[in-house]
Design a protein around this ligand. Structure first.
Ligand code: F6R
Ligand code: ZN
Length: 177
């Protein structure tokens, strides 16, 4: 069975932009020291490129409702400084998350409150789990956009405080694993 659409992609980003009820994006300047802020643009030649876009759906706003998000994380023009999402803890200490790779390749990075880092490879149609209590971000290690789906409780809450903006993993080491 071929689950790819006419474009040859699993995910049609233009259609997401047309249909997703909640949408946001992050630009390079909002992210980290680690990104350096001096990349050439990867979208329309912008000086401050879009690093990722997030498309979200929820079934409601109670603890039993679900959040489903698709993140499109673009590829950095500088392989030494791969693009990553900001990263967050969930406010609900019992709130874990499921991450499913859809397109592209990269790494889910888990960070404990004690500073332990666990990298997990993300590839198309593979899944990984964010255990409750761990901060998480995703890094694109490939030449094309990394598209992944996240699912968790709709009221899990995002806590960006105390999450370092710097890279959590040495990227040259990370690519060898
Ligand atoms: C949901 C989740 C993802 C991220 C998204 C953007 O709990 O983890 O949907 O929110 O990948 O990352 P952040 O929120 O770190 O900017
Ligand atoms: Zn999350």
């Amino acid at each position: 069975m071929d689950i790819r659409g006419p474009s040859g992609h699993l995910v049609d980003i233009d259609q997401l932009r047309t249909t997703a009820p909640s949408q946001s994006l992050r630009r390079l300047s909002e992210l980290s020291a680690g990104h350096g802020g001096s990349h050439p643009g990867n979208l329309d030649g912008a000086d401050d490129p879009v690093v990722y876009e997030v498309f979200e759906w929820t079934t409601g706003s109670t603890p039993t409702d679900l959040l489903c998000a698709v993140t499109v994380l673009y590829s950095s023009p500088d392989p030494e400084q791969p693009f990553h999402t900001r990263g967050h803890f969930h406010r609900d200490p019992d709130g874990g998350e499921l991450v499913v790779g859809l397109e592209g390749t990269g790494r889910l990075e888990l960070l404990s409150r004690q500073g332990e880092v666990r990298p997990v490879a993300i590839d198309p149609l593979t899944w990984a789990q964010v255990p409750p209590g761990w901060a998480h971000r995703v890094t694109n290690l490939g030449p094309v956009p990394l598209v992944f789906l996240s699912s968790c409780s709709a009221v899990v809450g995002h806590d960006y405080e105390g999450v370092p903006k710097e890279p959590w993993v040495d990227d040259l080491l990370g690519r060898e694993t």
